[in-house]
Design a protein around this ligand. Structure first.
Ligand code: ATP
Ligand code: FE
Length: 355
């Protein structure tokens, strides 16, 4: 029976209906535009926009799937980590539906949803058997995760300051480009020389696979003296964009090399998150995987960035794994959304008491 899922943890309002075999019956994603004038996501605006959009989005998604509410077998929603206002809006909508329809409500961890997304049928060639290595690089996250099984995620390392996408956005701002900055930096970098400007690669070569981008961001700022900022020559901006992108890619590849040593040999290298859209980074990841004899999987962009399909799929995998372990389907109606929800706390879902 189909599962409906809601995603509202950041600035995308999304709803999807996915069948237990992974067939996507309908999916809708609305990217909020109200944040553009502020150059970043404003939590209060995000929560209100989710509230305004969700009821209509849920109706639309049902209509597109050709289903009535009572055809749904379960309702899921991202319940953290993320911006608490949006999480509450999405979770309450899902809980309300679950109560009205008398179906289980499943609280999904947003990072777990990203982590399991390559297992959606048709996404990765071999279905990404466990264990696999996930690089999650988005506006809010930058981490390496060993995905060892449903509910079993080991965070190998992550950023100690900015997320990769956040660094792209901040550099874009310094270069006078719009928000979100990643695509603009990538476009401008095409005109630049990635080796023209020397930029640092923080933590590169260090043990472990943590990331740091704030030093790189500061270095970029130092290449832009005040008198230049007002009228930045395009060739200089392009060289900086190219150099920055190159530095980020170098850092990511170095960190992944360490991550490989920190886990049992993975079956696949998977990348998810909005920064995975970056062509230069993608090419480097592909080459890295090839070098290490690993299949490389990058979900299509709409499933890489925030979406509700991955949330539905994580709920389906959780229900299936619990059923296989002889455990009841969880009902998370009393679970409160959490701005922080460490992956390490998810293993308990695979035990008798559930969440
Ligand atoms: P979360 O972190 O909660 O998953 P988010 O909305 O911050 O959600 P995504 O939607 O996954 O993150 O990705 C958005 C980020 O990806 C932005 O920081 C954006 O600049 C970056 N990004 C998008 N396209 C590119 C690109 N081509 N190159 C580099 N970065 C990019
Ligand atoms: Fe996300």
């Amino acid at each position: 029976t189909p599962v409906m899922a809601i995603e509202s943890s950041c600035d995308d309002t999304a709803c999807a209906i996915v069948r237990a075999d992974g067939e996507i019956l309908a999916e809708t994603t609305l990217s909020q535009s109200g944040h553009v004038p502020f150059g970043g996501v404003v939590p209060e605006i995000a929560a209100r926009a989710h509230l305004a959009a969700l009821p209509g989005l849920v109706r639309d998604t049902l209509a597109r799937a050709g289903l009535r509410p009572r055809d749904l077998g379960a309702i899921a929603a991202s319940c953290g980590p993320g911006l608490i206002g949006g999480l509450i809006v999405g979770a309450d909508m899902g809980k309300g539906m679950a109560i009205a329809l008398d179906r289980p409500f499943i609280a999904v961890n947003h990072i777990e949803a990203h982590a399991l997304s390559p297992r959606l049928p048709g996404v990765a060639g071999n279905g990404a058997p466990f264990p696999y290595l996930l690089l999650l690089v988005s506006g809010g996250h930058c981490q390496c995760i060993a995905v060892e099984g449903v509910g079993h995620y080991r965070r190998l390392g992550g950023t100690i300051d900015d997320a990769a996408g956040e660094a792209f956005d901040k550099v874009a701002k310094m270069l006078g480009l719009g928000w979100p900055g990643g695509p603009a930096v990538e476009r401008l970098a095409l005109e630049g020389d990635p080796h023209a400007i020397a930029l640092p690669r923080p933590l590169m070569g260090r043990a472990g696979c943590d990331f740091s981008f704030s030093g790189l961001k500061t270095a970029v700022a130092q290449k832009l003296p005040a008198e230049v900022r007002t009228a930045l020559p395009r060739p200089l901006a392009a060289d900086i964009a190219a150099g920055f992108q190159q530095a980020v890619s170098d850092i990511v590849i170095d960190r992944l090399g360490h991550a490989l040593d920190m886990m049992e040999r993975p079956t696949t290298l998977v990348v998810a998150g909005g920064v995975a859209a970056n062509g230069v980074l993608r090419a480097r990841l592909r080459a890295f995987a090839h070098e290490h004899n690993l299949p490389f999987a990058a979900p299509p962009l709409r499933l890489c960035t925030d979406n509700a399909v991955m949330v539905a799929w994580a709920a389906i995998e959780t229900m299936r794994a619990r059923r296989a372990a002889g455990l009841p389907i969880p009902d998370d109606i009393a679970l409160r959304p959490r701005p922080r929800w460490p992956l390490a706390e998810i293993a308990q879902r695979m035990t008798a008491t559930g969440t």
